[in-house]
Every structure is written in C-alpha cells, then in structure tokens.
Design a protein around this ligand. Structure first.
Ligand code: BG6
Length: 495
C-alpha cells in the first residue's frame, strides 16, 4: 500500500520556479496557504520562490499577500494566519537558463533543514531541462527530491517524449508528479468511490447495461488574454488530451486491485490502449471543431475568437471540439462515448451522463418509449452532485400508467454542509508532500493520450476543413448536435 498516514509525512521544503506567474499566484499560493492554515505544513516547511524579476523577499511576501487577498474567500482570509504563512516565504531572482545564481538555491537549502525537497516547475516545459541540469550540477537533486510539472507536456507525442526524457535524466518516474488538475478535484476522485464502493453501479457498468456515455466540459469564459498560448494549442490539446481523456479513463477503467498509484494508473493505461482511432470517414461524421464568433455570454456582448486581443486572422485553431470515441474492449464494445468541450459556451459545466439501456421488454405507452431509460448524471462542477434519473408512475387518477422521469439526487454541498470543498491544487500539493502519486499522470498515460490525439490532429489537418463558427453563448456548432443525433440521441440538456 502506498498511502502514508496523514501524520507520517516528512519535513518538506518547496522550491517554486515561476513564483510570480499566474499559476503560482492564483492557485499555488492560496493552496499552500490553505495547507498551512489546516496545520498540514510542518514547522520549518519553507518555500523559496524563484523568478526572473528582481525583487526582495519582502516584496515577494507583499505580492503574495495581495494575491491571497484577491483569490481567497473572506472566510479563509485570516490576517494572523496570513502573517505566519508569509514567514515561510523567501524570494530569489534567477534567470533559469543560466548557471549563475543557482548556488543561491543550494545555500538556501543548506540553511533550511529538510527531509524531502519539492521542486515545482511552474514554467514553460522548455525550461525543465535547463533547470534540472543546473540543479543536478550543483548536487541539489537527490533521491529525496520530487519534481512537479504542469500540463501541457508537449504539443504532440514526439515533443512529450522529449520532455519526459529530459526529466528522466535526473528523476526516476516515482519522483515525477505530472499535474492534471482535474484529478485533484474532489468530485473527480469521487468517481472512483462511486464506481467501486457501490456494487449497484459496478454490476451495471458495461455494454450489457449502458447504451452510451456523454462527457461535457463547458466553459463560459473565452481565452482570457492567453491568445499566444491558446492559438498554438487549441481546445483539443488544451483540454481533451488531458482533462477529458482522464475523465474518460476514470469512467471506463476496470476496477484496480487496490488504490495504489500504479494499480490505478495501470488500469487507465489499458483504456488508453483500447481507445479506437477514428478513421477518415468517421472523422468526417463524428468529429466537430468549432470557433466562437461574437455573441452574448452572461448577458454581455463578447467578441469572437478572431476579435480577441492579439488575434491572428489566419488562425485555424478550434475553441470547441466534439467527437465520438469508442473503446475496443470487452466491457465497452459498441458503447459510444460522446465528448465535447468548448470555450464561450452558455455556462461553466463539467458533467458526465451515463445512459442505461431501456428494459428488455417495454410495457408502457409507445409515445413515452424515448424517455424510458435510466440516466446517471455526475455533476463535477459547479453544484457538485450525483443524480440518478428513475422512472415512476405519474400521480393522479387520470394518469393511468403514464411514466414520469425524476431524480434521486445527492447534492454534495447541501448534504455535506459542514465540509469545505478543497481546491484541486490543495489536494494535489498535499499528495506531493505525502509522496502519493495516484492523482498524477504517469509517463505512459501522457504518451498514449498524445498518440490518440495526434491521429485526430493529423486527420483534420489533412482534410483542410476549417473550424465551424458558433455564436458565443451557444452550445457550439450545429454539427455537434448532428453528431449525436445521427445515432438517434441528443445531448442531455437538449431534452
Ligand atoms: C486548463 C486549461 O488546464 O483548464 C484552461 O488550460 C481551462 O484553458 C482550465 O480554462 C479549466 O479548468 P477548470 O478547473 O476551471 O475547469
């Protein structure tokens, strides 16, 4: 068993590269603060922030204090706790590409007694190699070092292999923590509990009982000033290769023999290996790329993708993608997984809908036949919860045996009022500190996911088809509806 008990973790120090960047300030500092506030950081757990910009520790602390104020809720922002958290922070300015300056890190490490060291690379992947090499030269990397890296790991299979090889020069796989922040979300972890702690579901979880599965990850935001990055990536690389494929794996994987990192990851890899590539004909029918045009979101008129700041008019990047995936194995033979994700959709919503097959022999009114199947709706965000749509008899003397569909619902925030839902990064950092890798992506997962995504990208690049327009605030191009309607189905909210 790999789980350590929560009080059996080591005294850790954290070296954070890219400490002034958006990820560090928006997500990592608030997450570290929450761990501090919860008493989970040991005394002496110091954090060294590194960035190119000149500045002192005091200035860094001020900047972090301002970010905490901005990104924490009022209830979480407690002046005394903030003050004691800031005492853990030190800052060093460093050009990551050049060896000069790195000895500042070793001096700091020598002065900060620790049992384990976390290196957090909140930087572009192109910097992983120089940072690791310089640290290695100074002897700062040991068996007790863990390195945390962010997506995207490359932009295709080849580049991801290169990045992984560079990391593997200095770290073993058991030292590398590749983040997919969706795995840190409480409700995503709940998929494992829901599936494997409830025999009710697991016994039905296969092609005999499930007709199809929908996975939707919708965002109302646009690209938030990240045109430069996003236009090179697009929605397929930015969201599908990692977040959506991880959700697919958690839904489709076989039960692991235990909850250890490798047992879970082995099962996920089996799903990835069984993911069928789409043929050219299937791509024409079952793959839709879209790009938002000007429209209305949250009651505001918002610009189209090509009108965003910094936009290049020749762009052929997609901000929406929908497709039908199939998994060629015993459990899922013939069960389509309809997936879609996009920016500037009507709302932020991550949801999985499992559609069960109808009863073998239908007894009720023919005009209701289309509603006569159960659905399990797993809402990952917002309003996290689970709802099982069941059919009952409609009430009333005049209703005969008319059917009615209604939910058996579990809304997490209403049911478990007392508990605060932790942010994904809190959970992930806490697992790094404890040395648990089960919420992190193993090298082979990244590479199999890229292989599958690369084939899609090659296919549509060869087709030369441009993304279809959709108005901001809509559910994507009409062809995303046709994609599923072609199989006689509809997306859950279109009912
Ligand atoms: C990131 C993507 O990985 O996930 C962003 O790069 C996206 O484009 C974000 O907006 C969505 O995350 P969440 O947690 O808000 O659903």
């Amino acid at each position: 068993m790999v789980f350590m008990s929560d009080d059996n973790f080591q005294k850790t120090v954290v070296v954070l590269f890219g400490a002034l960047g958006d990820l560090a300030q928006r997500k990592l500092m608030p997450a570290l603060y929450q761990l501090h506030k919860a008493g989970l950081l040991k005394e002496g757990c110091q954090i060294l922030g590194l960035s190119r910009e000149a500045g002192s520790t005091e200035q860094f602390q001020e900047k972090c204090a301002a970010s905490l104020k901005r990104f924490l809720s009022k209830a979480d922002h407690q002046a005394e706790v903030i003050a004691s958290f800031l005492q853990r922070l030190t800052y060093l300015s460093l050009d990551f590409n050049h060896a000069e300056g790195y000895e500042g890190i070793t001096k700091w490490l020598a002065a900060s007694p620790h049992e384990s060291l976390i290196l957090y690379y909140a930087t572009p992947a192109s910097l992983y190699a120089p940072i690791s090499t310089h640290l290695h030269t100074l002897g700062a990397i040991s068996k007790r070092t863990r390195v945390v890296v962010e997506k995207p790991i490359g932009h295709d299979h080849q580049s991801s292999t290169l990045i992984n090889d560079q990391l593997a020069k200095h770290f073993t796989e058991s030292q590398i923590y590749r983040i997919d922040h969706y795995l840190g979300k409480e409700t995503v972890q709940n998929l494992i509990a829901l599936r494997f702690a409830n025999s009710l579901f697991e016994s039905q979880w296969n092609h005999n009982h499930i007709s199809h599965v929908e996975i939707t990850v919708a965002e109302a935001v646009g690209i938030e000033g990240r045109w430069g990055y996003f236009d090179k990536a697009g929605q397929l690389r930015d969201m599908v290769q990692n977040h959506l494929i991880q959700l697919l794996c958690l839904i489709a994987m076989d039960p692991p023999s235990d909850l250890s990192a490798d047992s879970i990851r082995d099962e996920k890899v089996k799903v990835l290996k069984a993911l069928k590539p789409l043929s050219a004909e299937q791509m024409a029918m079952y793959l839709v790329r879209g790009r938002y045009a000007k429209g209305i979101c949250d009651g505001q008129v918002v610009p189209g993708y090509l009108e965003e700041e910094g936009a290049n008019q020749d762009s052929s990047t997609e901000t929406f993608v929908a497709f039908k995936a199939e998994i060629a194995n015993w459990r899922w033979a013939g069960v389509p997984f309809y997936m879609r994700t996009g920016k500037r959709l009507p709302e932020k919503l991550s949801q999985i809908v499992i559609h069960f097959k109808p009863a073998a022999h239908y007894l009720f009114d023919q005009d209701q036949k289309h509603i006569a199947h159960n659905k399990l709706i797993i809402r990952l965000q917002p309003d996290e919860g689970i709802s099982l749509q069941v059919l009952t008899k409609d009430q009333g003397l005049d209703k005969g045996m008319r059917l009615r569909q209604g939910p058996l619902s579990l809304n997490f925030s209403e049911t478990y009022k007392a508990s605060r839902v932790s942010d994904a990064y809190e959970r992930l950092l806490w697992e790094v500190i404890k040395g648990n890798q089960y919420l992190f992506v193993r090298r082979d997962e990244v590479e199999y996911a890229w292989r599958w995504v690369d084939k899609l990208i090659d296919g549509w690049e060869a087709s030369g088809i441009m993304p279809k327009k959709y108005p901001a605030g809509s559910w994507g191009p009409a062809s995303a509806i046709t994609l599923i309607a072609r199989d006689g189905r509809y997306w859950h909210e279109d009912v």
